[in-house]
Design a protein around this ligand. Sequence first.
Ligand code: HXC
Length: 490
Amino acid sequence: MSTPRFETVSLQPEPGEQTALVAYTSRQAEKAGQRAEAVRRQRLRGLLSAEERIRALLDAGSFTELGSHAVHRSSAPGLAERHPPGDAVVTGHGTVGGRPVCCFAQDFSVFGGSLGEVVGEKILRIMELAMDAGAPVIGINDSAGGRIQEGPVAQSLYGQIFARNVQMSGAVPQISLITGPSAGGAAYSPALTDFVVMVDGLSHMFVTGPEVTRQSIGEVVTLEELGGARMHSVRAGTAHYLAATETDAFAWTRALIGYLPRVGERMPCLRPPEAAAATALASAAEVLPQAGEGRDARHALAALLDDGESLEVHAGYAPSVVVAFGRLNGCSVGVVATQPLVDGGALTADACDKIARFVRTCDAYGLPVLSLVDSPASSRGGVLPGVDRSGARLLYAYAEATVPLLTVTTGESAGLAHTALGSRRIGGDLHLAWPAARIDGHDVWTAAGDGVVDEVLLPHETRPHLLRTLWLLRNKRPRQPPKKHDNLPL
Ligand code: HXC
């Protein structure tokens, strides 16, 4: 047996190591000073710093930072004298509800959060990591746009970010929070992502500010009118959620992540529906409105989904339709419902665009779509101006979708509302109807007799039927001819 030999380990660092340690400590101190200054400057605006925002969004203790010592390379006046560690963006990864995400937060306290070469490179690096990991990327935007002093280089980096946004679209979910200005080039990138969250009174997303707008086209507009959170949420539809506060924005984003399947997973949470019968509601009264109440789409939606829970998207935009995420037997689904309480559930041009965008998002990330149709306006036959083009996009979105499409006609439906919203003829997998439904001006039995609907059933029998069909279709394979890409009528 040989005698074990122990090497003597010196606890004293070698001179080279000593120097390295001093440099490390000094860099860390510089970074800590910079972060403290960022907090101080943001507090003057009554806001959280970039790093604090990331930590508030992610699971406690999960943030892992990258690139915190990167510095700009510009020698332009105004920049050459100052090299804040990390430049104007904090980047890294962490978890939300235990799920990995990549994230960046622009730091307005450093050169107005403007995007120069190094900031752009850091954002691209995080997007690359998200692609490789198959993890959603969350961007917290608080930026004056392209860094004036780095002019053309900033433009070039924006170009690369836009290209990466498009490359990632439909492959990895991209979520943008706007927590301050998002000006110039900073307005385009969020608009290319899947979800935009804005904070009332705080977020402003615009390409050119009020002064340039006045000078260039002679229009006088306030910042709020030009790019405020309400304008983008209610009128333009750019924003998917209007948060009351930053904290509200973080909470909504966390809930959203919980509904998105992991990349490559198909209906991962779905359980066999043996217990489906047990999930049937006791009576129609639980689904239908009480006497005196209007027919509210949200009521039917809550009665059909697990635990009555859903997360509404685009709530303020085109309110004659409701789109939301929910769960059926544990499986995340997208729900589209025409809202009879608002304009008779009319499919306006904005409503068509709202649904089309949502259905395409669900299809891209593998979420089945449940459509609940009750559109008295459609029975009246009038088609509003502009619906032709948007209606075509709506038809397109359903017809190209390869995820399971389940539709329930709960009230009246005719024309576009009947055909587009997951009818069998457009490629839907299941079309149910309630006994009181009217389809294209006839009673529901005509549609059932013609095979236009698969089954007529009572409202409280609907949920088990949906669960069983979803289980049947859990491995649905797309039937697609080979092609380069489709040609959506934009
Ligand atoms: C570098 C900038 C900057 C910019 C602001 N700052 N904008 N630094 N590049 N683009 C600096 C300011 O000098 C200031 O520095 C600090 O950021 C805060 O700016 P303030 O103006 O004092 O803040 P505030 O009053 O809150 O106004 C914020 C703002 C305003 C509304 C965003 O700064 C603004 O309108 N900026 C210009 C927006 C813009 O036109 N962007 C387009 C860029 S070109 P100090 O050191 O004093 O704190 C672009 C083209 C891309 O993006 C095209 C791609 C296709």
